[in-house]
Design a protein around this ligand. Structure first.
Ligand code: MIG
Length: 670
């Protein structure tokens, strides 16, 4: 059951699709303190209560014991001391003596003190006193999630090829370097479906331009790669370069499509292109205008995009730069004798990036009202991506496109997926990805994944293999790394055949994986779940944060420490252990419920199938275009001990609001 409570004058975020009547009277579960300007929601936590949720946040599956903040932030250090990352996902479930879900539909900064100040208290503090709060009660965590997901609407479905293996790097800066990547994979016999174009494909980082020197005759190049079964996925950044003669800039200025400063001038902030203006994505006309620009690239054969820097990230504003420069200049000629002065100086410029002062200094015009950006900050990336999705639907109505974003708010899951931003080539970040998947799924973000191998820092072969052993199961499977880091395409490493074996297995699994994905979309379910969601009465499951249930019949337990020869795995019930060996053969062994130490060499992939389920594998191929998705029971391999399985599929992949009509089901008998 869902109850809605409204306070003050909430900003309509459009995150919710269901009309829920407003309750009068006091909200359940929370004590509310309210003045005109501020408010606070407080709930007691019993010792055994577990707090799930918050989507893309640092730390554990159980969120207890830290203070989190919803404020979309471009932060390339995903460490435990952080409070916010790129997304703002204000949904929690409290599970224990009390059991309920709560969604705070609020677009501004919001603090979640989950046992940080007082270990037995949850305190939620929005920036101001205007918001909607939804309280969801149900039998189980799964039931609460389902009810919440019905409230926020069905998740985005990408095209099937977006489940293939994808390769990215900042940047493949010209056509030949892209060809070399395609060759590298082809020669190593490793399947590949897409190659990403990071910011260097543009002219001076100007959105919707293509540098002809680096990519001569882009349209033919797109076709050439497509003929090899590889789609190119360009990046689009939020900021529009200020430059006379650049059409996007000129149209934006002429039509008042950019965010304004307090004096009504177009707000300027520096990002990769230098000084830019930000399209006012909260304005429907501006949204339509920017979204229509994607057609320029789809007309050249592009079928997918990633939207970046849309928190929005700001390196500095003219005003901030000026202030910083003045304060530093005051020290000119005076050698400081104070370390504090020195550190202050050192940080003066670093602090300019993503500063609250800048976010407070520009405004949106929604068409009906003017709002300060700071108050609605968390809606910017959502609406940039919505702009793209709506533009793409107009440009290519007859097929699905790949689209994902860095910043997000709940509601954006209906339009696109997300990737989890600038992680590191750290072992702990394999585990971070595992832990974030279910909390993202709770909020409707099903098409998601992390930069495989890690974005920042240098990757090693063993890290990449272990990470791939998790990535094989995530909808977005993309190897991406930062400029200046070690090359980490699979074929650069010694054991290319080990990588090939894992990736080929992913392709063999695709009909099943896509089916499970469609099933999760259609039924508002989670693709990845904490074990405790599926086995609520099993005490051992409550604290397991390094294994996940996947789809209806699988459990995964990847290795995430270096030099390990295996790991402990808990089986809540008897299951079939599946082992993909280095030579491509698969063994299946029944295991009893309980704890097991499972040996997992670097070149083997191990996971588990529940009794009564069966997973059909098709034949692998160099890319999804070359694959046969029809399972032929005569030749297929079946994992698990079930005798049949229902596969969901789509005959065509139109991009349509009426998505469900396209999904069909067939039963496969082994
Ligand atoms: O300031 O486009 O998260 O994936 O490679 C960095 C360059 C900008 C951040 C993205 C990353 C991308 C990078 N971008």
């Amino acid at each position: 059951m869902i109850k809605k409570y409204s306070y003050g004058t909430p900003f309509n975020t459009e995150s919710v699709v269901k009309n829920i009547p407003q309750q009068n009277g006091e909200i359940d579960f929370f004590d509310v303190t309210k003045t005109n300007e501020t408010m606070q929601f407080a709930a007691n936590l019993a010792q055994s209560d577990i707090v799930y949720g918050l989507g893309q946040a640092v730390r554990g599956i159980n969120k207890r014991g830290w203070i989190y903040e919803s404020f979309c932030s471009d932060d390339p250090f995903h460490t435990e001391d952080k409070s916010s990352l790129y997304g703002a996902h204000n949904f929690l479930i409290i599970d224990g003596e009390q059991k309920f879900g709560v969604y705070f539909d609020f677009p501004g900064k919001m603090t979640f003190d989950i046992g940080y100040t007082d270990p037995d208290k949850l305190t939620v503090t929005p920036l101001n006193a205007n918001l909607d709060v939804y309280i969801i009660t149900g039998e189980s965590c799964l039931a609460i999630v389902k009810e919440f997901r019905e409230l926020i609407g069905k998740s985005y479905i990408p095209p099937m090829w977006a489940f293939g293996f994808q390769q990215s790097r900042w940047s493949y800066g010209n056509a030949d370097s892209v060809r070399a990547v395609a060759d590298g994979y082809q020669n190593a016999g490793i399947p590949l479906d897409t190659i990403y174009l990071d910011i260097d494909y543009m002219v001076d980082f100007k959105d919707f331009t293509i540098d002809d020197d680096k990519f001569p005759d882009f349209e033919s190049f797109v076709a050439e790669m497509k003929a090899r079964g590889i789609r190119l996925i360009p990046i689009i950044d939020a900021g529009v370069k200020i430059e006379q003669g650049y059409d996007v800039y000129e149209e934006g200025v002429a039509n008042n499509y950019f965010c304004k400063d307090k004096d009504g001038n177009d707000f300027a902030a520096a990002v990769w292109p230098g000084l830019t203006h930000f399209p006012d994505f909260l304005n429907p006309d501006a949204r339509k205008w920017f979204g229509a620009k994607y057609k320029k690239l789809t007309d050249m054969g592009i079928e997918g995009f990633w939207n970046d820097m849309n928190e929005p990230a700001i390196f500095y504003s003219a005003e901030g730069f000026d202030k910083a420069f003045k304060s530093v200049k005051n020290h000119s000629g005076k050698l400081t004798n104070s370390p504090w002065d020195f550190f202050e100086l050192k940080d003066t410029f670093a602090r300019l990036a993503n500063s609250g002062d800048d976010y407070r200094s520009f405004y949106h015009n929604t068409g009906t009202q003017k709002v300060c950006h700071y108050d609605v900050h968390n809606l910017f990336g959502f609406n940039m991506t919505r702009s793209a999705a709506e533009g793409l639907q107009e440009a290519v109505p007859d097929k699905r496109t790949l689209l994902f974003s860095r910043a997000s708010y709940i509601g954006m899951h209906r339009y696109a997926g997300i990737w989890t931003g600038d992680n590191h080539s750290w072992w702990g970040h394999i585990l971070n990805q595992l832990k974030v998947m279910p909390s993202l799924n709770m909020c409707g973000f099903l098409y998601s994944g992390a930069d495989l191998g890690g974005f920042n820092a240098n990757c090693t072969e063993d890290l990449l293999l272990r990470w791939l052993a998790l990535g094989v199961f995530t909808p977005l499977l993309r190897n991406h790394s930062a400029i200046g880091t070690r090359d980490q395409e699979f074929y650069r490493f010694k054991h290319k055949d080990w990588f090939a074996n894992f990736v080929k297995f992913r392709y063999r699994l695709l009909p099943y994986l896509y089916s499970e994905f469609l099933n999760a979309v259609e039924n508002n379910e989670m693709l990845f779940r904490p074990l405790a969601f599926d086995y609520p009465d099993d005490e051992s499951c409550k604290t397991i944060e390094d294994q996940l249930m996947l789809g209806q019949g699988l459990m995964i337990a990847p290795v995430y420490t270096q030099n390990a020869d295996g790991r402990n795995v808990y089986l809540p019930e008897g299951m079939t252990k599946i082992r993909l060996k280095a030579d491509g053969t698969i063994t299946q062994t029944d295991l009893r419920c309980g704890y097991h130490y499972i040996k997992i060499p670097l070149n083997e992939l191990v996971f588990f199938v529940k009794h009564g389920y069966t997973v059909p594998l098709t034949e692998d191929a160099q890319n999804t275009d070359a694959m046969d998705f029809d399972i032929n029971p005569e030749t297929a391999t079946f994992l698990g001990d079930g005798d049949s399985c229902d596969l969901l599929y789509e005959e065509e992949h139109p991009q349509s609001a009426e998505q469900s009509a396209l999904v069909k089901k067939k039963r496969i008998f082994r």
